[in-house]
Design a protein around this ligand. Structure first.
Ligand SMILES: [Zn+2]
Length: 447
């Protein structure tokens, strides 16, 4: 069993010890200040040195059965019996202690805001720590807990005590959460100068010796996990300070770009949003006007008795406004960059979705849409207008009864390219046959 120096003094980060066992890339020491991973807290890292040698400690873990604490090393391993000097990575350890202390203190602050906010789970392995709370805390409660803790840490010197007590005496300390630990229980208490405990938890982790060393504790956001369970994401200590400083620096740079103080950024952004919405509306109106002009300038061709216009666009954003500008009684075909294409018609007897979809499938593209307007992509933009006009030329205008819409679907499916037999009828014939059968249903007379 390894002697746990970290429990004797959580701030002692250097020590001397002797190698007790070696196994693979791990060594166990007689005593260590390296905290082993556990209780949601990461294991310590650092260095071991002996004679002329130094090895990096990557991680630390405890074997519960033997009580040995194993240090995973990178580099040469010292043999059993070697006297070694250990040095725990201070930055990693202090941040762990700040996170863990912040977790206890914030949980207590929530409990003081409302006893309903009890802790279901915690996470402290990353700078963004989590506290999963029952009782659905709202934004007002989140702010209240954060404020309560900020005022407590700023005005009260809470010091750490870690007594080990018998489970029979636990009720004397009234820990914040029930513990499953039996027998001897290690308590983590933050107590004020008057002797009143701010928080009492049964916990085997490491904490800062004074609660104010975990400040600031800031809540970044909340996430609803499910009904009745809310995740509070927070940062504590140096990590919180670094984060807030970085965010403020970015905000200041942004504010300078807008020539306003940081405090007025929200106002400035709201004004920009309003301006953007107005410009969007103006651009949409201009596109509509341009589309109508382009459509009006395109010549009308008669195909199978249908007046057809073809419009080639140099801007994809004009595709939909152009299709929407289809003149009454006409068929409009539009082609935009990248093979993006569309067809629109207000005529009841021509189904744009079916005609366009069929033509595109036959030419290796894809698309479709509603009877009045359809869009897609063609790999053969040069032949797009001709292919659709070919398809229109074979349309037979006999309304299909509305009561049998399933027949259309089955027919379309039968001629899906993947389902078509390898040696079937000529593809052009298939397209024609399919289109002929795909006329719009007669409009309903119901109001
Ligand atoms: Zn804890």
């Amino acid at each position: 069993m390894t002697r746990a120096l970290y429990y004797e003094d959580g701030t002692r980060l250097t020590f001397e010890s002797v190698v007790q066992e070696v196994s693979g890339s791990e060594i166990a020491l007689e005593a260590t200040a390296f905290y082993p991973e556990g209780g949601g807290q990461n294991g310590d890292a650092g260095r071991l040195s002996w004679a002329e040698e130094t090895a990096t400690v990557l991680d630390t873990r405890k074997d519960k059965a033997t009580g040995l604490i194993w240090h995973r090393l990178e580099g040469t391993l010292p043999p059993v019996g070697t006297q070694v000097s250990g040095e725990v990575d201070a930055a990693r350890r202090w941040r762990q202690m700040q996170r863990h202390s912040g977790e206890h203190l914030l949980a207590q602050a929530f409990k003081r805001v409302s006893p309903a906010f009890s802790v279901a789970a915690v996470g402290m392995r990353n700078p963004e720590c989590t506290l999963d709370l029952e009782g659905d805390p709202a934004e007002i409660h989140v702010q209240a807990a954060e404020t309560l803790l900020r005022e407590t840490l700023g005005r009260t010197d809470l010091t750490l005590e870690t007594p080990t007590v018998s489970e029979d005496d636990l009720h004397l300390y009234a820990p914040r959460r029930e513990t499953k630990v039996r027998g001897q229980v290690r308590l983590v208490i933050f107590r004020d100068e008057a002797g009143d405990a701010f928080d009492v938890s049964a916990c085997g982790g490491l904490h800062v010796p004074r609660a104010s060393l975990a400040a600031p504790v800031v809540i970044l956001r909340t996430e609803r996990i499910r009904a009745g369970l809310t995740r509070v994401v927070f940062m504590a200590g140096e990590e919180a300070g670094e984060y807030l400083t970085r965010v403020y620096r970015d905000a200041r740079a942004l504010a300078q770009g807008f020539s306003v103080p940081v405090d007025r950024l929200p106002e400035r952004v709201a004004a920009l949003n309003t301006e953007r919405d107005a410009l969007k509306a103006e651009a949409a109106a201009l596109r509509e006007a341009l589309a109508a002009t382009l459509v009006g300038a395109a010549p009308v061709e008669i195909v199978n008795g249908l007046p057809v216009r073809c419009v080639t666009l140099d801007d994809l954003a004009l595709l939909l406004p152009t299709l929407n500008a289809v003149p009454v009684g006409e068929v409009l075909l539009a082609l935009a960059p990248g093979g993006r294409c569309g067809m629109a018609t207000p005529r009841e007897e021509v189904n744009a979705g079916v005609v366009l979809g069929t033509v595109l499938r036959a030419t290796g593209g894809k698309g479709g849409g509603k009877p009045a307007i359809a869009q897609g992509t063609t790999p053969q933009p040069d032949g797009f207008f001709a292919a659709v006009k070919d398809a229109l030329s074979v349309l037979i205008f006999q309304p299909v009864p509305e009561s049998q819409p399933e027949a259309h679907l089955e027919y379309a499916h039968a001629f899906d390219s993947s389902a078509a037999p390898a040696s079937g009828p000529d593809k052009t014939e298939i397209v024609k046959a399919e289109i002929v059968s795909m006329l719009k249903p007669t409009p309903s007379n119901e109001a």
